[in-house]
Design a protein around this ligand. Structure first.
Ligand code: ATP
Ligand code: MG
Length: 571
């Protein structure tokens, strides 16, 4: 391939809307072009990287025994109504109508459709286990599309679905996908960590996300170096060390005029945030619940939702707060709320807490010297781990400290159980002809997000540093004197020889200064660069250099040995 013929435009300036390096580089290296918010065209270089990741995914899915299918993007509303997700997906799902007024969803995922398909084909235990996958465009009306391909409205996803005869059998299918994911990300040149994840709205039994660690990551992940525990912060458990708070005198009212937030009251009273109990009234499926955590910590609403066994939890509105506590949100506390039957749940860190400051359930007043056990009506069983874990917290598994890092979720594996197969009555006949519900798993990889995660993990100040397996072109040959026929022939021979060996090469044959070519080569990030010029050839050779390490010495080799030198670097 000749650069002069390639549809490529490199940019010196960062795009205005790009906040993270990988997004800037995607656009500057001419891999993608923005059409509108959350919508991107893959230009030839981007398409090549996308195809390479797809190919790796396909090979590993096939190796794991999954079979490729492709399902329609346009999915009848009836399917989504049957699972209940027509409602629960809310505004995140794109919907439309055809001319006969039939409603459709633009597939954000495909559990419903695949269950309907498999139900129609599978009837006997002999056809199970079965895992199918597709690589297909998905559509989500994200609240905040951003970071380029990381969170877009339209994106390519590999989604696989397993069907098994039993919960135990489904574990084997899950593990097969789990292991395939490890291979896929390693082959893409990524360090991806499997971490325990919440099963979220999709419903299910257990799940892991695969995360690429990066400052730019949108998810927080708790890691324990000692025992290997790793979990998304939505889920990460922590132990609260036992407290030995000193006894305090009786609770006492203090006026805290105009101080509402913990920050304001703590400034006003001259005590640190940790001396407070943060009390929030939540609306859990329509019922008020007061949630108390240490003043300097945040409620983990996912943990709260699970603990309360609620479908939905959200902060209560003004009326509910007032009715439950007797005060505005800024003065709420666990001592004698207006509604004496109000359920109060506390984070474990507050067990045995004494001498605390809490809202007095009376506007502009707080109580000090509060002993939670003595002064509040909290059932023992209503102490639970309800906060977002933070750096230095105690690992719930082994007691050693947790470290919080940021990650990009590139893949997700779920053991779903029977949520969808029950809704769709997807059953099979056992060998004694009993009808049983299939057990399902689902497994996603964002193909575009993976491409960008590679860039986020593999770049330097000059540009992308592609791992060979996913590099749009593995090799660039910078032809410095394109008009000199003898020099051009050296480049062309090398191009042909490498292509014959299955290596992707682009020859930069543009009439540009060497500096421009080198800058572009570094920006796009081809794994290996070869420089072919009249001056070098006169001294007997061409330059061969790996992009990965700027300090790594460039080698001068005879033209006839260039292909071998390139292949050695690629390996
Ligand atoms: P997130 O938490 O980042 O919103 P998700 O958990 O909703 O993602 P899944 O439903 O698990 O995503 O989808 C499977 C995979 O699809 C994700 O692991 C991710 O790689 C990719 N993905 C999800 N949403 C997007 C998006 N808006 N743009 C690009 N890729 C996405
Ligand atoms: Mg996910």
């Amino acid at each position: 391939m000749k650069w002069s013929k390639l549809m490529i435009q490199t940019l010196r300036e960062d795009p205005g809307d790009a906040e993270i390096d990988s997004h800037k580089l995607l656009v500057r290296a001419g891999l993608v072009r923005k059409l509108a918010g959350g919508l991107y065209t893959y230009l030839p270089l981007g398409m090549r990287a996308l195809n390479k990741v797809q190919q790796i995914v396909r090979e590993e899915m096939n190796r794991a025994g999954a079979q490729e299918i492709v399902m329609p993007i346009l999915q009848p509303a009836e399917l989504w109504k049957q699972s209940g997700r027509w409602e629960s997906m809310g505004p995140g799902m794109f919907r439309l109508r055809d001319r006969a007024d039939h409603e459709y969803a633009m597939s954000p995922t495909a559990e419903e459709t695949v269950t309907d398909v498999v139900k129609g084909v599978v009837s006997s235990y002999r056809q199970l286990p079965l895992t199918v996958y597709q690589i297909q465009w998905k559509f989500r009306d994200e609240i905040r599309p951003r970071f380029g391909l990381m969170r877009s409205k339209e994106f390519l996803m590999k989604d696989a679905y397993s069907f098994d005869t039993s919960m135990e059998a489904a574990d084997a299918s899950y593990m097969a996908m789990f292991n395939a994911y490890k291979r896929i990300f390693a082959r893409c040149g990524l360090k991806a960590h499997p971490v325990e994840a919440d099963t979220g709205d999709i419903g299910g039994k257990f799940s892991h996300e695969f995360h690429v660690l990066a400052e730019a990551g949108e998810d927080g992940i708790a890691f324990c170096d000692a025992c290997g525990y790793a979990a998304n912060l939505e889920k990460a458990e922590r132990k609260a060390p036992p407290r030995a708070d000193a006894d305090c005198g009786p609770a006492e009212e203090v006026a805290t005029p105009n101080a509402k937030t913990i920050d304001e009251v703590s400034k006003f009273m001259g005590v640190p945030g940790s001396a407070f109990v943060k009390s929030l009234v939540y609306n859990a499926d329509g019922k008020p619940v007061m949630v108390c955590v240490e003043g300097d910590r945040d409620v983990n609403e996912v943990k709260l939702k699970h603990f309360l066994n609620a479908k939905k939890v959200e902060l209560a509105d003004y009326d509910m707060v007032l009715k439950a506590s007797g005060a505005n949100a800024g003065s709420v506390g666990p001592v004698k709320p207006a509604d004496a039957t109000l359920r109060i749940v506390c984070d474990l860190g507050l067990k045995g807490a004494k001498g605390r400051i809490v809202g007095a359930n009376k506007d502009d007043f707080h109580l000090k010297n509060v002993d939670l056990a003595r002064d509040c009506n909290v059932a023992d069983s209503d102490y639970a781990d309800l906060v977002i874990a933070r750096d230095g917290d105690v690992c719930a598994k082994c007691g050693k400290p947790l470290a919080i890092k940021r990650g990009i979720e590139v893949g997700h594996v779920f053991k779903l159980g029977t949520k969808y197969t029950e809704a769709f009555k997807a059953t099979y006949k056992t060998d004694d002809l009993k009808e049983q519900t299939m057990v399902m798993g689902c497994y996603g990889i964002g193909i575009g997000r993976t491409v960008q995660a590679v860039i986020e993990q593999c770049h330097d100040k000059d540009g992308i540093v592609w791992p060979a397996a996913v590099s749009p072109f593995q090799v660039v040959v910078d032809l410095l004197d394109p008009k000199d026929a003898a020099v051009a022939k050296v480049a062309e021979d090398l191009e042909r020889e490498l292509e014959a060996a299955g290596v992707d090469v682009v020859v930069d044959d543009r009439e540009e200064r060497p500096g421009v070519k080198f800058k572009d080569a570094d920006l796009v990030g081809f794994t290996v660069r070869v420089v072919v010029g009249a001056k070098g050839l006169a001294k007997g050779g061409v330059e061969v250099k790996a992009r990965r390490d700027p300090k790594e010495a460039m080698k001068i080799v005879a033209p006839a040995e260039a292909a071998a030198a390139v292949k050695a670097l690629l390996a």
